[in-house]
Design a protein around this ligand. Structure first.
Ligand code: HEC
Ligand code: HEC
Ligand code: HEC
Ligand code: HEC
Ligand code: HEC
Ligand code: HEC
Ligand code: HEC
Length: 356
């Protein structure tokens, strides 16, 4: 280490010591019983201008061969996250280095700032603990104050909601999951529909007994395809960084795999048995003369929430067009009564309207 760095380093140790002493339970990375080499485990040859990058983290959270022997012998439980980050759909933490800064405030307010994400954006290195995965992270500022993050979605919203630099094809997830919407997958609060007839236990519209699950995390849909992988939305072999397969194109042969993600919680036989929408199977499996396959759930449903419609209805505009009168809408007839009408044109079939 250069003398200059050594000086800076000694200085920061003085500044940070109170943090170590004051903490009720010492954070994992600052615990000398866990990290034999102390601050130096991370801060030797560390670039303070860009948060050090993600590469440093995987000396210990990567393949066993890279982990310092001194740490293994201390009985630590290391989880290798690099296999998930090597998959096709992943958070790009090993992409462009240098865009992160310890001083940044998210969501981003500069529309031309490059998008970035690093391990340190989701895990605060000095505070991370086993009980609280979000320890040390702060959510969106309200007024002058940013509260500590306690829920997973607050972390995700730092980059997938009000960011001025959202990619064009991306949508604001805070608006989609807003609990004032007519429908939403129940992430921020319990859902509104009390007759989701396809739901399988333990999932329930409302929690009534101890084992019921009535709210979801982003992680119930986004994360590794491999249940034995470390937790977290690190990477997956499935498009959309999803835990299971979800075919979003049309002309798909319906089967348990095509819509595997939805069928984790919504009973396939209920959907295809038309227990709610009486025309589900006719659309999803395809008409007799449409042998190639049918319509994806994605053509009619959003996966997150809808500010416009109940039942997560949101037509995929790449496929669904205005009808011959120029109308494109879903109108329900009675609330949760399984009756409604559609005004649209799909694969040349005019709905002006079609009623069920
Ligand atoms: C697990 C690795 C790790 C350990 C151990 C660690 N740090 Fe850090 N430290 C980091 C990372 C990563 C950053 C950059 C954080 C960011 O950019 O969000 C950082 C940033 C800092 C900063 C700059 C903060 C700022 O606001 O600019 C100081 C000072 C610092 N660490 C001191 C220490 C001291 C003192 C210790 C030992 C008590 C220590 N660190 C232990 C990973 C570590
Ligand atoms: C020198 C080794 C080392 C480095 C470098 C390191 N860690 Fe760790 N990390 C540990 C140890 C040891 C633990 C405790 C593991 C355990 O649970 O036994 C840990 C725990 C964690 C946990 C909590 C995991 C759990 O099991 O609950 C997270 C998250 C984490 N580290 C992220 C990071 C990030 C992000 C970086 C880079 C900024 C980083 N680590 C760098 C050694 C390291
Ligand atoms: C610090 C910023 C940041 C945070 C926090 C963050 N992400 Fe991301 N995420 C990104 C970036 C950057 C990408 C790459 C695509 C882009 O620019 O949106 C991405 C991509 C994704 C994708 C894949 C999108 C696609 O087009 O396939 C999903 C899914 C995702 N994130 C979910 C989450 C979830 C769930 C959380 C919370 C647990 C989260 N993200 C937290 C920055 C972030
Ligand atoms: C019920 C399952 C489910 C839940 C819960 C869920 N997602 Fe998704 N998400 C999907 C599916 C399926 C896709 C890909 C197809 C699509 O866009 O509809 C997707 C796509 C995405 C994308 C990529 C598209 C874009 O707009 O950038 C991001 C980012 C994302 N989700 C973030 C989140 C965040 C953040 C949460 C939690 C606040 C969350 N998701 C909760 C199923 C889910
Ligand atoms: C987009 C946000 C995000 C990024 C980027 C990210 N993580 Fe995570 N990570 C999470 C979340 C969320 C969890 C799960 C926390 C929980 O619920 O226990 C997690 C869990 C973990 C765990 C514990 C796994 C387990 O099974 O207990 C480790 C270790 C970890 N991450 C390390 C890393 C490292 C190292 C990097 C960078 C190479 C990284 N993470 C990047 C969000 C992220
Ligand atoms: C052609 C459009 C269309 C397609 C394709 C479609 N749905 Fe639906 N779905 C609807 C409509 C319309 C409703 C609302 C019915 C009502 O209650 O009036 C609905 C209701 C639902 C409900 C709520 C009630 C229940 O059954 O629990 C679920 C869940 C659902 N759909 C899942 C799916 C899944 C999963 C797929 C793909 C395998 C799919 N849908 C494909 C139009 C569609
Ligand atoms: C992890 C479990 C889970 C997964 C995966 C899942 N859902 Fe759901 N879904 C739920 C729960 C719980 C509700 C009940 C919300 C409520 O009470 O309004 C629900 C409700 C719905 C509704 C009715 C919403 C309303 O307000 O009427 C539709 C439509 C739906 N899901 C479609 C889908 C589709 C399409 C997929 C696949 C992309 C999917 N779901 C994946 C758990 C899940």
């Amino acid at each position: 280490m250069h003398f200059r760095h050594l000086l800076k380093f000694s200085l920061i140790i003085v500044v940070f010591m109170p943090l170590v002493v004051a903490a009720a339970t010492t954070p994992l990375h600052l615990d000398p019983q866990i990290m034999a080499d102390g601050c130096g485990s991370c801060h030797v040859g560390f670039d303070f201008t860009n948060g050090g990058g993600s590469a440093k983290c995987i000396t210990c959270h990567g393949p066993a061969s890279g982990i310092p022997k001194s740490l293994i012998s201390m009985g630590n439980q290391f989880k290798d996250v690099t296999r998930d980050f090597a998959k096709n759909y992943r958070h790009p933490v090993f992409g462009k280095a240098g865009n992160h800064s310890a001083r940044e405030v998210l969501p981003e307010t500069n529309p031309v700032a490059p998008r970035h994400v690093e391990c340190a954006d989701c895990h605060s290195p000095h505070y991370v603990s086993r009980d609280n995965p979000y320890a040390g992270l702060r959510g969106k500022k309200v007024g002058n104050f940013a509260s500590p993050i306690t829920k997973e979605y607050e972390l995700c919203y730092l980059c997938h909601a009000d960011s001025a630099n959202l990619p064009v094809k991306s949508t604001n997830k805070r608006i989609e999951f807003n609990k004032e919407n007519p429908s939403f997958h129940p992430v921020e609060a319990e859902g509104k529909n009390q007759a989701v007839v396809s739901l399988m236990r333990p999932y329930r519209e409302k929690k009534t007994t101890a084992n019921d699950v009535s709210t979801l995390k982003c992680a119930d849909c986004h994360g590794s395809d491999d249940p034995n992988s470390p937790q977290g939305p690190h990477g997956s072999k499935y498009e959309g960084l999803l835990v299971d397969n979800y075919a979003t194109g049309d002309g798909i042969q319906e089967n348990a795999y095509a819509y595997g993600l939805c069928y984790r919680c919504h009973k396939r036989t209920s959907i295809m048995g038309n227990q709610s929408f009486p025309l589900h199977s006719r659309h999803i499996a395809g008409e007799n003369n449409f042998k190639g396959g049918g319509t994806s759930c994605h053509t009619c449903h959003t996966s997150h929430g809808s500010p416009e419609n109940r039942y997560l209805i949101r037509f995929n505009r790449n496929v669904v067009k205005e009808n011959s009168e120029g109308k494109l809408k879903f109108v329900e007839k009675g609330t949760y009564s399984f009756h409604g009408e559609c005004w649209l044109n799909c694969h040349g079939v005019d709905h002006n309207p079609k009623t069920y």
